[in-house]
Design a protein around this ligand. Structure first.
Ligand SMILES: Nc1ncnc2c1ncn2[C@@H]1O[C@H](COP(=O)(O)OP(=O)(O)OP(=O)(O)O)[C@@H](O)[C@H]1O
Ligand SMILES: [Mg+2]
Length: 318
C-alpha cells in the first residue's frame, strides 16, 4: 500500500520537475556561489522537490566543521520562451514565480518559530531565458517525516506506535501552524515531505510557496479561479473537502491545514494515508477506513478523527 503511495508521489515529482529543471546551469560543476552576503561552497544535492532542487552548502568564511545550510534553487522561465514549437505554459511559470515570492515573504515574516524552517538569505540571478532563484535555509540534516515513515516501513514496524513520539511530531507541527494561523496565513501544503527534523530535535515545517493569507468566502462568489489556484498550489490527497467541492458553500480558511495535519497523523499511525488518488468522493465526504483494532489509545484516535471532520468549523484550531 505504502509503496504504491510513494510511487504516486514520485510520479508527481517527475512531472513537476519538467519546468523546474529547464535551463538550469549545473550546480554540481560549480564549486562556489554567492547568495546575499554569503559565499558558499557547494557540497552535494540532497533532494528534489516538485519545483526545486535542494543542495547542502557550507559557508566559506566559516570553519569546515560549522553547520552547513540547505540551498533551495528554482528556475523561473520567461513565459515567452519557446520550447520546440510550443510556448512555455505561462501559468506554470507564474506558479513558480508566485511560490518563490511567497516563500521569501513568509520566511521573512516568521523568523523566530522553532517549528518553521529559517531563512539566512535569498538571491535572484537573471539569465537570458528566465531567472535562477535561490533561498538559503537552515539545514535540517536528519530526515523528513516521509523518510521516517519509509524507515519504519522497511523495518516492518506498524507506524509510530509510541504515542509520546507521535504527539511530539503533531504538537511541533501544530505549534508552527499556530504561529502562521495567528496572522491568518494558511500553509496549504502540509504533508510528510514538508516536515523536517532540525538539529535542535524539533520538527519544522518547510516549503512556504503555497502559503496564502486569503480566506475564501464561498457565498455568492464565482469560485472557478480560486479552485484553479488551489489545484496548482496544493497536494491532492491532503486537500480538505472544502478545497475539493466548490459547490459545498464552505469558506476556505486556515482549517485546511488542520485537515492536512489529520492526514499526516493518520499516515504516521497506519503507514498509509487516509485518502489516495482517485478517492475524491470519499475525501469530500470524509470517509476513510480505520483498522478494526487500532493499537492506539482512544484519545489518539479521537484526535485524528477531530482533525478529519468534514465541516471545518468542527475541526480544532492549531
Ligand atoms: N532546510 C532543509 N534542510 C534539509 N533538507 C531540506 C530542507 N528544505 C528542503 N529539504 C528537502 O528538500 C525537499 C524539497 O524541498 P521543498 O519542499 O522546499 O521543495 P518544493 O519543490 O517546493 O517541494 P514540493 O515538491 O512540495 O513542491 C524536502 O522534502 C526535503 O527533503
Ligand atoms: Mg515540498
Amino acid at each position: 500500500m505504502l509503496r504504491k503511495f510513494f510511487h504516486l508521489l514520485n510520479k508527481d515529482l517527475e512531472e513537476g520537475n519538467k519546468i523546474a529543471n529547464q535551463g538550469l546551469s549545473n550546480l554540481k560543476n560549480k564549486k562556489v556561489i554567492t547568495i546575499g552576503d554569503k559565499t558558499l561552497k557547494i557540497d552535494r544535492k540532497i533532494a528534489e522537490g516538485g519545483f526545486a532542487d535542494i543542495f547542502r552548502v557550507n559557508d566559506q568564511a566559516k570553519f569546515s566543521d560549522s553547520m552547513p545550510y540547505a540551498l533551495k534553487r528554482m528556475w523561473v522561465a520567461k513565459p515567452e520562451r519557446k520550447k520546440g514549437n510550443l510556448l512555455e505554459d505561462a501559468s506554470e511559470v507564474d506558479s513558480v514565480r508566485t511560490a518563490f515570492n511567497q516563500e521569501v515573504k513568509i520566511l521573512k515574516q516568521f523568523p523566530d518559530c522553532p517549528n518553521l524552517v529559517k531563512m539566512a538569505a535569498f538571491q535572484e540571478f537573471e539569465k537570458r531565458d528566465g531567472s535562477e532563484v535561490f533561498i538559503l535555509l537552515e539545514y535540517c540534516p536528519h530526515s523528513t517525516l516521509f523518510q521516517l515513515i519509509e524507515e519504519h516501513c522497511k523495518a516492518g514496524l506498524k507506524g509510530i506506535t509510541n504515542e509520546k513520539d507521535l504527539y511530539k511530531i503533531i504538537n511541533d507541527i501544530a505549534n508552527g501552524l499556530r504561529v502562521l494561523h495567528s496572522k491568518n496565513v494558511s500553509h496549504r501544503d502540509i504533508k510528510i515531505e514538508n516536515v523536517l527534523i532540525g538539529t535542535d530535535q524539533n520538527w519544522k515545517i518547510c516549503d512556504f510557496g503555497s502559503c496564502t493569507d486569503q480566506q475564501i468566502v464561498a457565498r455568492g462568489q464565482d469560485l472557478d479561479e480560486a479552485f484553479i489556484e488551489i489545484s496548482k498550489m496544493t497536494t491532492m490527497i491532503y486537500r480538505a473537502p472544502e478545497q475539493l467541492d466548490q459547490y459545498k458553500g464552505c469558506d476556505i480558511s486556515t482549517k485546511v491545514d488542520i485537515w492536512a495535519l489529520g492526514c499526516v497523523m493518520f499516515t504516521l499511525m497506519f503507514q498509509r494515508p487516509p485518502f489516495e488518488d482517485g478517492m475524491k468522493l470519499a475525501q469530500i465526504n470524509g470517509k476513510y477506513n480505520l483498522p478494526a483494532q487500532p493499537s492506539y489509545s482512544p484519545a489518539c484516535i479521537s484526535l485524528v478523527k477531530k482533525m478529519l471532520q468534514v465541516d471545518p468549523n468542527n475541526r480544532p484550531t492549531a
